[in-house]
Design a protein. Structure first.
Length: 278
């Protein structure tokens, strides 16, 4: 069983759909996907839970590949409000939903090993090549941040992919320490900085497990559609996600996931049609 953790509100549906399509198209092992979500519409009307009909559709899609696969909604609103309401980093550079992974040790009945993935990631190979890496002596495994490892520290991580050893994390108090930092110290990359600063022992992995710049490498296991620096026709940043299919082709020149994205477009049309007639 591969245990996946995603986080977000109803706006992560396209990312979850594209990611799970790419994952289940390449992985035979059973996949159990938890989606942490919450309602904090007190901050923004869009900050509501992922919808049940979205979860149902994602479940239908993953089960069509393997009947043992599943997608589960985990509402962590109460835990979030207790831990982070009105904290120093609630309005950090991303949405508050990036903080939800820091609650994983407080959610009952979570597995001892979890693979956290940002929603803007696609899976280019069997995900067990990552999931089966031995992290028994580490709190987690991660890949260096492409730019941060130059600017901040050589071992600075990109927390978009974290292979979490929950038993070790509870033993060292990693997430508890990270939550304390979130509540008490304003940070630029809030959740990522908090995890990095609270780490006791991490395993650094090759770039193929969180490729942050090259889209068409054949050995990539996890491709990250994060914001990146483009040099041509002039230096600038681009932040197109995998579900921005036209831009993925025309601007990013990425063709590695064409079959997955074609499937996504058909399924998204089906979802919208079914939603219209409900």
């Amino acid at each position: 069983m591969v245990n996946i953790l995603l986080c977000g509100n109803k706006k992560v549906f396209d990312g979850a759909l594209t990611q799970l399509i790419s994952m289940t198209n390449r992985t035979k092992e059973d996949i159990r996907c938890f989606i942490f979500t919450m309602d904090i519409s007190r901050l923004n009307p869009d900050f509501t839970c992922i919808e049940d009909e979205q979860i149902d559709f994602l479940n239908e899609v993953v089960k069509s590949k393997n009947s043992n696969n599943s997608v589960e909604k985990v509402d962590v609103t109460q835990i979030y409000e207790k831990e982070f309401a009105n904290c120093a980093n609630e309005n950090a550079y991303c949405t508050p939903y990036t903080l939800l992974r820091l609650l994983a040790d407080l959610v009952p009945n979570m597995p001892s090993k979890l693979l956290y993935l940002d929603i803007d990631m696609m899976i280019g190979d069997d995900i067990t090549k990552l999931y089966n890496i031995d992290v028994s002596n580490y709190e987690y495994a991660a890949v260096k941040e492409k730019y941060g490892s130059w600017i901040i520290r050589p071992d600075y991580i990109n927390a978009g992919m974290l292979l979490l050893n929950m038993e070790k994390i509870k033993e060292t108090g990693l997430l508890k320490k990270a939550r304390h930092l979130i509540k008490t110290k304003k940070m630029l990359f809030a959740d990522q900085d908090a995890i990095f600063r609270s780490t006791t022992n991490k395993l650094l992995l090759p770039r193929i497990f969180n490729e942050q710049s090259k889209f068409n490498k054949k050995d990539t296991v996890v491709c990250h559609f994060c914001k990146r620096l483009m040099l041509l026709p002039y230096p600038h940043t681009e932040n197109f996600k995998q579900w921005n299919v036209e831009e993925v082709h025309k601007v990013l020149k990425c063709y590695s996931f064409d079959e997955d994205l074609e499937e996504y477009l058909k399924l998204k049309e089906k979802y919208n049609t079914e939603k219209t007639y409900k």
